[in-house]
Design a protein around this ligand. Structure first.
Ligand code: DSN
Length: 426
């Protein structure tokens, strides 16, 4: 794949072309283990780089504010139809620029400022838009937070505390109950949340940003039709372009659409919507079902190999695309920050993460979050997961030794080149 280094960009702006070429090289020669990242297909990238970037399309298909939208309408309708078919939804809005704007639109459309919303705590695995005080969501609505159960030796703890969810729902009578996480390794069953929401007369929103691709591929339960509204990002396990989407029951369609435009956003990114349409079609193919199950299998293999290396896995294992390591059992002095930085120098890209009840700050942390969506797309399997776990163990046992990091970096490079996500078509 050479579009970054040749063609019109290289001719007219070699400076930017060089940076993009270097980023392409980074993605091809280092391990991408950030759980929220993936390698989109060349077809998704082609749509992203299309002429639709030139078009203003405020409004919705058939109800635009500017002329010339015949093809923008066609592509947005196609994206909406494809994603509705993929998840079995009544209504879709494919305009959110990100998961954060999708979540905010649900609150804006279905709640009033000051209303109570029940969601997962950021430091236990939730998201900034689940009411963090530094987010506009936490400043505008009254969030009440649930978390996870205490850790135990049997590995049955650190699960979403559904008793607490119910107790808080009964006590606080929230307008909306939110399920969904960014750092959590277990399947989230939407049904118990639905029952609690019904018991207290709350709306139920499922934030599927992380598992959307696993749901589309049949590896996780589908919250569509159980929750009133489902939000997700299109670029994580779903493997589309960077962006968001909202699915909802017909009765909330008008409120959700009005919240996105004109409530929160201006002109939609129709080139990204075209790329979302491509990704939704890709996710409906049988190969994607295989992919989704492989992602989960690879995460389980990576987790169990890392446990053998001496790491403690938060929740004792994984049922999705993530592995969250508690580094303290491996080395009580090693922080998430130091581990992330050493792994980066060795060509292993991942992110530090707080673990439940982390004594260290969010900037330092005692945990690391790893994910398998990207390298599974590149073709890696359980054998490579065992190799990766051993490379991580070697780096973190000797993380101040640049010689060790350089040796691992060479091995990482060879491994990645054998599983090139963007082989040159020539
Ligand atoms: N930044 C995303 C993640 O990494 O999970 C959440 O928005």
């Amino acid at each position: 794949m050479s579009f970054e280094m040749t063609g019109p960009l290289a001719t007219s702006d070699p400076e930017v072309a060089k940076i993009l070429g270097e980023e392409l090289d980074r993605q091809r020669t280092t391990l991408q283990l950030i759980a929220s990242e993936n390698f989109t297909s060349p077809a998704v990238m082609a749509a992203t780089a299309s002429v639709l970037t030139n078009k203003y399309s405020e409004g919705y298909p058939g109800r635009r504010y500017y002329g010339g939208n015949v093809f923008a309408d066609e592509v947005e309708d196609l994206a909406r139809d494809r994603v509705k078919a993929l998840f079995g939804a009544d209504h879709a809005n494919v305009q959110p620029h990100a998961g954060a704007s999708a979540n905010l639109a649900v609150y804006l459309g279905l709640a009033s400022a000051g209303d109570t919303i029940l969601a997962m705590r950021l430091d236990q695995g939730g998201h900034l838009t689940h009411g963090s005080p530094v987010s506009i969501t936490g400043k505008t609505y009254r969030f009440v937070s649930y978390g996870v159960t205490p850790a135990d030796d049997a590995g049955t703890g650190e699960r979403i505390d559904m008793d607490l969810v119910r107790d808080l729902a009964i006590r606080e009578r929230p307008r909306i109950i939110v399920a969904g996480t960014t750092a959590y390794t277990r399947i989230i069953d939407p049904q118990p949340f639905r029952e609690i929401a019904d018991e207290v007369g709350a709306l139920f929103m499922f934030d599927a940003a992380h598992p959307a691709g696993l749901i589309a591929g049949g590896a996780h339960p589908n919250p569509v039709g159980v929750a009133d509204v489902v939000t997700f990002t299109t670029h994580k396990t779903l493997r589309g372009p960077r962006g968001g989407a909202i699915l909802c029951n017909a009765e909330y369609a008008k409120a959700i659409d009005a919240a996105i435009f004109p409530g929160l956003q201006g002109g939609p990114l129709e080139h990204i919507i075209a790329a979302k349409a491509v990704a939704f079609a890709e996710a409906s193919r049988p190969e994607f079902t295989t992919y989704a199950h492989e992602v989960v299998k690879n995460a389980a293999a990576l987790g169990s190999a890392l446990a053998t290396e001496g790491f403690r896995l938060v929740t004792g294992g994984t049922e999705n695309h993530q592995v969250i390591l508690d580094l303290r059992a491996f080395d009580s002095e090693l922080t998430g920050k130091a581990a992330q930085e050493a792994l980066d120098r060795a060509g292993i890209t991942c992110n530090r993460n707080q673990i439940p009840d982390d004594p260290r700050s969010p900037f330092v942390t005692s945990g690391l979050r790893l994910g398998t969506p990207a390298e599974t797309t590149a073709g890696m399997g359980v054998e490579q997961m065992a190799t990766i776990a051993s490379l991580i163990g070697r780096v973190l046992r000797d993380y101040e030794n640049e010689e060790t990091l350089a040796k691992v970096r060479d091995e990482v490079r060879s491994l990645c080149l054998a599983f090139d996500p963007y082989p040159d078509p020539n």
